[in-house]
Write a new protein. Sequence first.
Lengths: 342, 342
Amino acid sequence: LSHSAKLDDVARLAGVSPKTVSRVVNGEMHVRSQTKEAVERAIARLGYRPNMAARSLATSRSFLIGLVTPHLGNFYFHELHSSSIRACRERGLHLLIEQITDVATGALQSLEDNLRHMRFEGVILVPPISDNPAVLDLLDRLGIKYVRISPATHPKHGDSVSSDEAQGMQLLAEHLWSLGHRHIALATLEGEHVSARRGDLLRDALLEMGCHRKHIQSVALNWRETALQAGRRVAATLLSQRKRPSAIFGFADEAAAGVIGYALQHGLQIPRDLSVVGFDDSDLAQSIWPPLTTIRQPIAEMARAAVALLVERSPKGKVREVVCPVELVLRGSTGLARTSRT
Amino acid sequence: LSHSAKLDDVARLAGVSPKTVSRVVNGEMHVRSQTKEAVERAIARLGYRPNMAARSLATSRSFLIGLVTPHLGNFYFHELHSSSIRACRERGLHLLIEQITDVATGALQSLEDNLRHMRFEGVILVPPISDNPAVLDLLDRLGIKYVRISPATHPKHGDSVSSDEAQGMQLLAEHLWSLGHRHIALATLEGEHVSARRGDLLRDALLEMGCHRKHIQSVALNWRETALQAGRRVAATLLSQRKRPSAIFGFADEAAAGVIGYALQHGLQIPRDLSVVGFDDSDLAQSIWPPLTTIRQPIAEMARAAVALLVERSPKGKVREVVCPVELVLRGSTGLARTSRT
DNA sequence: CTGTTAGCGCTTTCAG
DNA sequence: CTGAAAGCGCTAACAG
């Protein structure tokens, strides 16, 4: 097992030409199974592994996928990152994470540098970057394929993979409504992207169900604070009102956890006095008490779909939009609404 | 701005030889500033970017650093990952994350495949993988440089970067002791690695301070549940005892948060009835209520040190062990111990 | 200080 | 079904 056997070494040992070895390695057909076996034996004996750089140079492929993501360490992002790594590996590709904190400043230039340097075969855009026009333009200009995860704006602008957010919000609305909740508060994120959109979708679903517009209250949170803090702040605001909502939706599980934390601490019982729902089905959802009723999106599946879109050539400029089903996960944070109070 | 200008194109436009361009690109000296400027102008005009693959092939360098990490999405790991990415970028390297969930099964083989395929220039080992003998052996066998983050076992086995855990535990012990705490419980993780070691260090510090051995109670948690859940479970156990500790240490902020959550929910006030301390100074520490007294380790600095160790050749097989200082972060989760109770 | 030559390890033509 | 030649874009080693 020499320190690094080359293709030629394998060829010599197997008594064939380099090209034949290459064929076997790349799984091309038109190789007699007998020679193929001989080559495979030689490969095994020498512990041969193709040299990525050489292969890249010859094929002008990079075998690299980029993941452009903000600097956020919560469940959703982590899950998306690791699922993407796995999805790439399944196809013999490698994933490089390009973290871009601040789209405003020189970060965009630095992203451009990296994109041109790495020659990614495709790029996955994580929200809210999937809605960032500057990044979209950059990619278009560089002619790099990309797929947008859960975009909320610029429809038909590139391939995308989303979960069925509308369906999720519908499920949540039905669930809360059926429990008798009529005063519902929505904590969403400000800006133009999925999390922000969730509030609208939930409101629409509730209105359609017959909920009074005035009984739906929404609070837009900013990105400065952690979702947990934001949740606490929202709870503080909402629960100090004379007329309190009987249920609160948090744009993410972390926010919902913040709401619960604040409520418990101030003597409310959940779900007796307040129902809380989240989004993501993160590990937190099961870890806190009471465990969170929430919506699960199939992140691993979404990552796999994204890589597939990148790899499989799109049919003649057709924009492809994959939508994955979501699931309502019922847990202990929701219960019957108590008879209305002042 | 052609779609991909090569070194030769730049050379032609600048009226110099390819080698000279190469020199400029790689910042070698011995280039007259006049020619250098001409080359730089040509590079700018053509939007030239070196081709990684070609460069790799020629230099037999990969410009790639691997980060071997378990599948864990909490603050510590996220911070370590993104800090490492940045640290690599600062040196013109790229970081590839190799996630290895289950060291037992074929994961080790798959890791070997990847390591040999990618030809990393070095590998960063995240705990508890930094203590995994199988992985260490593999790396030694493949002759790949590595640096262990916060190893707890196999001392002197490769370069390492740690935070000064003993100092951290000392600070925590002093803090709790000075507040009058005499019955202290330690929630640690089972196994042989940093988090497990913390309990011992804290116990030692407390003993030295004069704490009765019998008044230090420790609970070892397993990896099955989330840290938050583990924290809740520990709290449930400890707080149901006749003789309750007046302070609890959680091996990580998440665990401490679990303790706090459980305690609040069961009518205890913090820190009036119970003081809680954590480790990491994660975002959670500031987000929950009361905010957590904890130890901060300088993760970004540690990542930078790790990359530095990988890049700068070690002096003649000397094992280098970098230890970074930690910091006690005082917040609201600790307070004076109440006069002892039954 | 600058240029020339050769080749990194693989894959692509294009012939057998 | 298999092989020979040429080259991907860059840099090493040597010359000048």
